[in-house]
Design a protein around this ligand. Structure first.
Ligand SMILES: Nc1ncnc2c1ncn2[C@@H]1O[C@H](COP(=O)(O)OP(=O)(O)OP(=O)(O)O)[C@@H](O)[C@H]1O
Length: 624
């Protein structure tokens, strides 16, 4: 093929020039409006960097095959020459679209400013920012990622970062080849990828360096690069045959909360011909690399789709769409990046992909694959949903950072909480997912704000979010029907009768009421150190048929069948069968465990607690 390209170089260049002339003539003609049925996700940016032709490409005589239309449009044309069996060769052109395009003139500093710089404050404030560089061998992935690592480090270790507070910065750099992982900061010591009992992936045996200054970080990056596993391919004399992962953990010592930055230099995807001269082991290695890249693509797409699914305001649209799958357990690479991909993770993530492209005609086929892969990563969010999520002043999930800041300024009480500290870059969704402790700590950084004000303000935001979900769900259930209070009541443990609030709660105990109660300290079956617990009333104990002791652990009998028990502590004697309400995975979220039952004496009950159901996270939250 290379011979064919070289022999027809002049023809190829003429055909490309003719294509470009026709296209620019058409550009001046009025454009039909693009049918805007979709738009891509803002937490995921797919970009492409076209590297310059290198001296060796030019010396080999191959022309340029990749033509960016304009950086703004993100559209790039690729021209291949097709050896037509009858007649002369023809030009085959294909067009690809990415969110951001970097032409050969762009420097890595431009890429940093445009794509990566805002991941730094994001991770500084507790988010997870991930950057992947993908592309065929020799396309400039290592060149790009190694420089970006240094730029990130310079920004994090600057004397004045311009960011609030101080942070401890920890760095780990590993190399992943197939299922084996190595610590590049400990002379390629083998390490293990394990999932601990909390489901968190641990890089067992990898060293984490607490870095103090720029010089130290630069040394670590250079030293890791020298331990990276490389082997020559036909295209690149020092080709990375493994995925290089740089993890930067940014810990806030005041709150122990942490953000993460992952900079991932993926192993080169290569055409079989590049390794054809090598043995079976290299071919197997190539298959493994291509398989892990394919799982990565499914995970990136799946995560964006699953976020869109989870945050969809409309329960109707959820019913009509299948729940997206994120197969993160299928490769070692995506297991290491579990926090980024696990749909159960409550962490806010932003992902940036850089598809690196070699512009030479000799590499046009793998370049097409790279750009096709990049296009497949651009997950589209239906416009209907975007409309709903973008412009509802009553739905915090739909707020941009600017809308959020305006709302905080007007609604956070006195003194007003500084929105630049509470949410420097976050959207409404991101602030809702901030752990409660971190949210309140940020509020407390505004002078004069009390812990009570911070707590009440978070409740206010959550209440608004829950109301907006409920309103949206009821709207979707039936546009024509009048609001049905029985349907709405399914979302709250609140008494439907407005006059109920005037009656002491112990005089109106009913099934479905949630109460706080104090249990005896020594009760091991409750598996918690908190003395005050929540429980949902199921029925009066008398309503339970005699002889069903296997469900109810009666106070008189002590523990039975491992179930929790209530004890009589001088109450009125009325006792209720209740289901335990236990903390969920997200801070301040609860789940109802109707099968974990306990008998509670009225005397042990302290107060009624109103729980509201949030369809987005499928947890209950205490309403204030
Ligand atoms: N934007 C650029 N400007 C100048 N030279 C570049 C650029 N990008 C890459 N190069 C050069 O191209 C060659 C290949 O780059 P690099 O090693 O980064 O490729 P790679 O995609 O990481 O390859 P592999 O997957 O085989 O490791 C290097 O000599 C590098 O210096």
């Amino acid at each position: 093929m290379d011979k064919f390209y070289l022999e027809n170089n002049a023809l190829y260049q003429n055909l490309v020039a003719a294509f470009n002339n026709t296209r620019s003539a058409n550009v001046s003609a009025p454009q039909t409006k693009k049918p805007s049925t979709e738009l891509s996700s803002s937490n995921m940016i797919v970009s492409a960097r076209i590297r310059p032709l290198l001296n060796e490409d030019i010396a080999a005589g191959f022309p340029c095959a990749v033509y960016p239309r304009s950086e703004k449009s993100g559209v790039v044309d690729l021209h291949d020459l097709y050896n037509h069996p009858r007649g002369r060769p023809v030009l085959r052109s294909s067009k690809y679209q990415v969110d951001r395009l970097f032409t050969p003139k762009a420097t890595t500093e431009d890429i940093y400013d445009n794509l990566v710089a805002n991941l730094v404050p994001f991770a500084w404030n507790g988010g997870i920012g991930t950057l992947f560089a993908y592309g065929q061998t020799g396309s400039g992935k290592t060149f790009t990622v190694s420089q970006l690592e240094k730029l990130v480090a310079m920004s994090l270790m600057a004397k004045d970062t311009g960011l609030d507070g101080t942070r401890e910065v920890y760095m780990t750099i590993i190399d992943l080849a197939g299922n084996s992982a190595y610590d590049l900061l400990s002379s390629r010591k083998p390490i293990s990828i394990l999932e601990d009992s909390f489901g968190v992936t641990q890089l067992a045996g990898a060293t984490e360096h607490l870095v103090q200054d720029r010089a130290e970080v630069m040394n670590l990056i250079d030293s890791a690069a020298s331990f990276r596993r490389t082997a020559p391919t036909k295209k690149n004399d020092a080709s990375s045959r493994s995925h290089g992962i740089c993890r930067i953990r940014i810990k806030d010592p005041a709150t122990a909360s942490e953000g993460l930055l992952y900079l991932v230099d993926l192993a080169g995807s290569e055409a079989a011909r590049d390794v054809a001269v090598h043995g079976a082991d290299r071919m197997r290695e190539t298959r493994e690399i291509n398989m892990s890249l394919s799982v990565l693509k499914d995970c990136i797409r799946g995560k964006v789709e699953s976020d869109a699914y989870a945050y969809s305001l409309s329960s109707k649209s959820k019913q009509t769409r299948n729940k997206p799958r994120v197969p993160f357990r299928q490769s070692a690479l995506t297991k290491v990046l579990k926090h980024v991909f696990d749909p159960a993770s409550s962490r806010v993530c932003r992902t940036v992909v850089i598809a690196c492209v070699n512009p030479s005609l000799a590499d046009v086929s793998p370049s097409k694959n790279t750009l096709r892969y990049a296009e497949m990563l651009r997950v589209q969010v239906p416009v209907g949903m975007a409309d709903k999520t973008e412009s509802n002043p009553r739905a915090p999930m739909s707020w941009t950072n600017r809308q959020l800041k305006e709302w905080v300024a007007k609604n956070s009480g006195y003194p007003p909480i500084k929105s630049s500290i509470l949410a420097p870059t976050e959207s409404g969704t991101q602030l809702l997912h901030l752990p409660a402790e971190e949210f309140e700590n940020r509020c407390l950084k505004t002078p004069g704000v009390s812990a009570g004000q911070a707590k009440a303000f978070r409740s206010k935001l959550w209440q608004m979010h829950i109301d907006s979900q409920r309103a949206s769900d009821s709207l979707n259930e039936s546009a024509e029907s009048t609001p049905d209070s029985r349907k709405l009541s399914g979302y709250s443990s609140r008494d439907l009768s407005p006059s109920a609030a005037t009656v002491p709660f112990k005089d109106r105990i009913r099934p479905g009421m949630v109460v706080s109660w104090a249990h005896s300290d020594s009760d091991p079956a409750l598996k918690t150190s908190e003395r005050t617990q929540l429980a949902v009333i199921l029925s009066p104990l008398e309503a339970v048929r005699d002889g069903v002791n296997f469900v109810v652990d009666r106070a008189e009998n002590g523990h039975q069948d491992g179930l929790a028990q209530g004890t009589e502590t001088g109450g009125s004697g009325a006792r209720y069968l209740c289901g335990l309400v236990t903390p969920g995975q997200i801070a301040e979220a609860y789940e109802m465990n109707l099968w974990q039952q306990v008998v509670i004496d009225v005397g042990m009950m302290e107060s009624e607690v109103i729980l509201e159901y949030d369809t987005g996270t499928r947890y209950y939250y205490i309403s204030v």
